[in-house]
Design a protein around this ligand. Structure first.
Ligand code: PGA
Length: 278
């Protein structure tokens, strides 16, 4: 078990190009929706619907609730869909009631850990410094860390979106070294674009932010490591904007909420995005 878990966690991602088009990353976080039974049904359907998608074209991942992870792992055996956790404590163990440790996630053979989602930052008050500790612990334990960043509407209106993103990246990834590049993913999720009241961000605006973020990653870790880090966009992605978004040169993938929570809907978005790549 331990060996297998480590093998999964240690697998490296390659940034993008695979010859014809970029390799894209498509994932969903089911937030505090879907019970174990719901997750089983959803993943069984998604696994079957996406079974023919070559891994070199797209990397798919699903991040269900903690309580669903064991069932999800079981269902995803033999599937290329990666499994993620929505959060993680930076400590291995201790007096942290209600927290989930990296060792507990290792037991479940989780591939990636989502860190700093907008709701963690803005509903539960997590700070950049805490996200840094979580990213560092995740990478140390062999998981891939998916760091989420994004400005609020107020910050956007002050014209400081790029400054905010640079701070979130520079602090959140502050302990990373160039050799950690293959263990990192970043999701740009503007707070104002997320959820039922979200306003989808325009593709040009998204690409500009992604460009700034990629420059920041290069400053932090060097050009080569930065090229290994996929930068995904999330926030009201839907069947209508998925293709224009993925066509942006600096958008490496999409991180989808509501529009991906039915397996058929997610599969349709995946197919449309893959088609747009060819
Ligand atoms: P949404 O959620 O697609 O429902 O806006 C995105 C997210 O929170 O990651």
């Amino acid at each position: 078990m331990t060996e297998k878990v480590q093998a999964v966690g240690r697998e490296r991602v390659t940034g993008k190009e695979n010859g014809s088009g970029k390799r894209i990353y498509l994932g969903t976080n089911t937030k505090m929706y879907k019970t174990i039974a719901d997750t089983r049904a959803y993943l069984s359907a998604l696994k079957e619907l996406t079974a023919d998608i070559p891994e070199e074209q797209a990397e798919l991942f699903v991040i269900p609730s903690f309580t669903s992870l064991a069932a999800a792992r079981e269902i995803l055996q033999g599937s290329r869909i990666r499994l993620g956790a929505q959060n993680m404590c930076w400590e291995d163990q201790g007096q942290f009631t209600g927290e989930i440790s990296p060792l507990m996630l290792k037991e479940l053979a989780v591939d990636l850990v989502e860190i700093g989602h907008s709701e963690r930052r803005h509903v539960f008050g997590e700070t950049d410094e805490e996200e840094r500790k979580k990213v560092t612990a995740a990478v140390r334990h062999g998981f891939r860390a998916l760091l989420c960043v994004g400005e609020t509407l107020e910050q956007k209106e002050y014209g400081i979106s790029d400054e905010v993103l640079r701070i979130q990246l520079k602090v959140g990834l502050g302990d990373m070294r160039p050799e950690d590049g293959g263990r990192l993913m970043v999701a740009y999720e503007p707070v104002w674009a997320i959820g039922v009241h979200g306003i989808p961000a325009g593709e040009d605006y998204v690409n500009e932010r992604h460009r700034v973020m990629k420059q920041t990653l290069a400053e932090l870790l060097g050009e080569e490591a930065a090229r290994e880090i996929p930068v995904l966009y999330g926030g009201s992605v839907n069947p209508g904007n998925a293709v224009p978004l993925i066509r942006q040169p600096d958008v490496d993938g999409l991180f989808i909420g509501r529009s991906a929570w039915e397996a058929h809907d997610f599969n349709r978005i995946i197919r449309s995005v893959l088609e747009a790549q060819t």
